[in-house]
Ligand binder design. Structure first.
Ligand code: COA
Length: 173
């Protein structure tokens, strides 16, 4: 298992670590090039990398320092035993190598996730890669199947501008 208390190298010559505020700008660019993710303001990503650094995780190329993966997440304020995963973004050149799964597992092993018993995220119905990632996590780390229900409705919450977001909740084993 990867030790998250120290910077850790995995097979792809990547360094996995929690972000720093100076990573926020690169995170913003990564999110922008990882469609269909919602783009964020740079300020939003700076705050994630500063105030939520302990529950976020990134992967950088050891050769040139470029950012290849990022997960933003936080413990729900009213239910801290649940980790809510906001976005997962893997640069195209690093996909299909298990990096998203490794980043998620590394984050769940981090000190900041001690006592986390559930993971939640939201996924649009048509995002097959995201369903693939989180259903795989439910099989490997959870009880096999997550629960699903509509969290944000296309009309009621997005006024028709975005697809509905389905909450996917995994009980971690
Ligand atoms: C979704 C995404 C994060 C996956 O990253 P990745 O590093 O390629 O994923 P991994 O290689 O770790 O694969 C993890 C699991 O997801 C599945 N998966 C990955 N890409 C998939 C795809 N295009 N279609 C279906 N399943 C997929 C894998 O088969 C794997 O399952 P397994 O463990 O049963 O083999 C990446 O494609 C991405 O950044 N997409 C754009 C942004 C996005 O949609 N993010 C969604 C999360 S908010």
């Amino acid at each position: 298992m990867i030790d998250t208390d120290t910077d850790t190298t995995i097979d792809l010559q990547l360094l996995l670590r929690h972000p720093k505020s100076t990573d926020g700008h690169q995170v913003n660019s990564l999110i922008e090039r990882c469609k269909p993710l919602d783009t964020n303001s740079t300020y939003c990503n700076l705050l994630q990398c500063l105030h939520f650094a302990d529950t976020c995780m990134l992967a950088e190329d050891e050769e040139d320092g470029s950012l290849l993966g990022f997960i933003s997440a936080y413990r729900k304020p009213a239910e801290p035993s649940t980790l809510f995963v906001w976005q997962v973004a893997i640069d195209k050149r690093a996909r299909g190598e298990g990096l998203a799964r490794t980043l998620l597992n590394t984050l769940l092993d981090a000190d900041a996730c001690a006592g986390v018993t559930h993971l939640e995220t939201t996924i649009t119905a048509d995002n097959a890669p995201s369903w693939g990632l989180f259903e795989s996590l439910a099989r490997s780390q959870g009880t096999g199947q997550g629960e699903r229900h509509l969290l944000f409705d296309q009309q009621r919450h997005f006024n028709g501008d975005s697809s509905s977001e389905i909450l996917y909740r995994i009980a971690l084993g």
